[in-house]
Design a protein around this ligand. Structure first.
Ligand code: TIU
Length: 232
C-alpha cells in the first residue's frame, strides 16, 4: 500500500506519492543569475534572483538524500540559432541579442559557460538535464517522456523566473495532468510584484494551477517520507 506524503500549502494540503514525485529545477543558469548574461541583456537586475540559491540548494540536498528524482532544465539555443524563432531573437536590446558574444560566451547558446547551471546547483550523475528552446519545459523537449518513464505524477517546481519559465512550465504540466507544487522561496523573479502575483495566481481559484508552499514545509515532508517508522 502506498504511503502518501502531505505538505501544508496554499490553497490546501498538497498530497503526493513519494515514489512518483520529482524535483524540477528550471533554468538556474549563469545567463539568468549573473551580470553579463541573457537576463541582464533584457534590462533586468539579476541580483534579485540570487535569494533563490540558498533555499534551493537546501531543498536539492534533501531531495537527493530522499532519493527523489531531480530534473534540471536549461533554456537555450543551438549555435546556428535554427531553433530560435525570429520573434524571440529580435526582442530586447539589439546590441545584446541571443547568440551575441557576452561576458560568459555567446548569450543563451548551448555549450557556452553562461548557458550552464550555476555551480551551487550543478547536476550530479544520474540527474537529467533537459535543454529547452522555449519558456515551457515541455515544448520541444523529452520531458514528458522522461516523466512517463519514471511514473512521475507530481512535480516540485523551482527555478527562475517565476512568471516566465516557471509559470509556463506549470501551465504546460497542468494540461498534461501533473500536480504541481511551486516552492515559494525557491522560485525567483526580477520583479518583486510579479513574484508575489505569480505565486498568488498558482494557488488562486482553489489551486487553478497547483499549490504553493515554502521549502521548509516541502523538506519536512520529504524527510518524513523516507524516515523509517519506529514500528518497522
Ligand atoms: N526573462 C525572464 O524573466 N525569463 C526568461 O527569459 N526565461 C526564464 O524564465 N527561464
Amino acid at each position: 500500500m502506498t504511503a502518501f506524503s502531505r505538505v501544508p500549502a496554499q490553497p490546501g494540503d498538497f498530497i503526493f506519492d513519494p515514489n512518483r514525485v520529482a524535483l524540477l529545477i528550471i533554468d538556474m543558469q549563469r545567463d539568468f543569475l549573473y551580470p553579463g548574461g541573457f537576463g541582464e541583456s533584457l534590462g533586468n537586475d539579476v541580483a534579485l534572483l540570487r535569494t533563490v540559491i540558498e533555499p534551493l540548494a537546501g531543498l536539492l540536498a534533501t531531495a537527493r538524500a530522499a532519493g527523489i528524482p531531480v530534473i534540471h532544465t536549461r533554456e537555450g539555443h543551438r549555435p546556428d540559432l535554427s531553433d530560435c524563432p525570429p520573434a524571440k531573437l529580435l526582442r530586447g536590446d539589439p546590441a545584446q541579442r541571443i547568440g551575441d558574444p557576452g561576458r560568459f560566451g555567446r548569450i543563451l547558446i548551448r555549450g557556452e559557460y553562461g548557458h550552464d547551471i550555476i555551480d551551487e546547483l550543478a547536476p550530479v550523475d544520474g540527474e537529467m538535464v533537459i535543454d529547452k528552446p522555449g519558456k515551457g519545459a515541455f515544448y520541444a523537449t523529452e520531458l514528458a517522456d522522461a516523466l512517463a518513464d519514471r511514473g512521475i505524477r507530481s512535480l516540485l517546481v523551482t527555478g527562475v523566473t517565476t512568471e516566465v519559465c516557471v509559470h509556463t512550465t506549470v501551465r504546460e504540466a497542468n494540461d498534461r495532468g501533473f500536480e504541481c507544487l511551486v516552492v515559494s522561496d525557491c522560485v525567483g523573479s526580477y520583479f518583486p510584484e510579479f513574484q508575489r502575483v505569480g505565486l498568488a495566481m498558482i494557488a488562486a481559484q482553489g489551486g487553478i494551477f497547483g499549490w504553493v508552499a515554502d521549502s521548509a514545509a516541502v523538506r519536512a515532508a520529504l524527510t518524513s517520507a523516507v524516515s523509517p517508522s519506529p514500528a518497522q
